[in-house]
Design a protein around this ligand. Structure first.
Ligand SMILES: [Zn+2]
Length: 295
């Protein structure tokens, strides 16, 4: 999870988002470990008690988006539009229902292709690790999910980043809001709600309405509002400064989330004392190093 920095702690690299490169990873591990990485798995060489996995990317990757997982993993495969290979890896502890969040990846990819254009890479997949750190990252062609970040809305989120964030990449970290901004527009278009905060969504802009009319899926991709709310509560507990929806409602003295629509941020923020760090205003396009991921 090398966003924004971290890749340079496990391999020698110029860890700048604009310095993309293609990668070949040749990783030898003792059995029964598997290796999941970015690009395509070209070869597995069996050497008795060890195996060597050869992964290679056709397309350039920003260093923070290179994936490498070494664990004893279950592998599933599927096929996306025009034969796109999909390869998912799950730690043994991941439940069948959590794994099911990834079942509709081919339909999700087809939807995004109808909105964005062709899927930009040679493969896709996700790895769900047996750790509960409440986050996922759009590591290129092989998204990384913690075991408590596997709601279908998160799967959609990381997939959408393959177009915005990965293929269309950052020139500088100040522009990180574009990664999440384009991605969130697509999330709204897809399920009518903001996938991360679980709000009901507002009147969509024309481009979103057009995308909704064009969408092939008959049912919303994330109908599980309860799961979203639970995930939000878990995240709120874990991240200092981030408050839950209920805490915000109490602090502002309103009964229902819908009423928040009528309170300007300039009035609401002073009532949230001290203002949660996650809600403190930042300058769009120049959030500072500590504000890169602030709401
Ligand atoms: Zn994101």
């Amino acid at each position: 999870m090398g966003e924004p920095s971290g890749a340079e702690t496990w391999y020698p690299v110029n860890g700048h988002p604009s310095d993309k490169a293609t990668y070949t990873l040749r990783i030898t591990v003792p059995k029964p470990y598997d290796v999941a990485s970015s690009g395509r798995l070209l070869r597995i060489t069996d050497d008795g008690d060890r195996r060597t996995f050869l992964w290679e990317t056709r397309d350039p990757v920003a260093s923070y988006l290179v994936a490498l997982h070494i664990a004893d993993l279950d592998e599933t495969t599927a096929v996306g539009p025009r034969g796109l290979p999909i390869r998912n890896y799950f730690a043994h502890a991941i439940s069948a229902s959590d794994r099911a969040s990834f079942d509709r990846l081919p339909a999700m990819i087809a939807y995004f292709e109808s909105a964005f254009g062709p899927y930009p890479f040679e493969a896709y997949g996700a790895t769900v690790v047996d750790e509960a750190f409440g986050a996922a990252l759009e590591t290129q062609t092989m998204s990384t999910h913690s075991r408590d970040a596997v709601a279908e809305s998160v799967v959609v989120h990381e997939l959408a980043h393959q177009w915005f964030g990965d293929s269309v990449g950052l020139e500088r970290w100040q522009d990180i809001w574009l990664n999440e901004g384009f991605r969130n527009v697509r999330g709204v278009a897809l399920d009518g709600a903001h996938p991360r905060c679980g709000c009901a969504g507002r009147d969509p802009p024309p481009m979103v309405r057009r995308a909704r009319r064009a969408r092939p899926a008959a049912r919303p991709l994330d109908a599980d509002g309860d799961e979203r709310a639970r995930a939000h509560q878990r995240g709120a507990r874990r991240l200092p400064g981030l408050i839950s929806r209920q805490e915000a409602l109490s602090a502002l003295g309103v009964a229902a989330a819908a009423e928040l629509e009528h309170i300007p941020a300039s009035e609401a923020l002073p009532q949230l004392r001290p203002p949660p760090r996650a809600l403190q205003p930042v300058t769009v396009g120049d959030p500072g190093p500590d504000g890169l991921f602030r709401g």
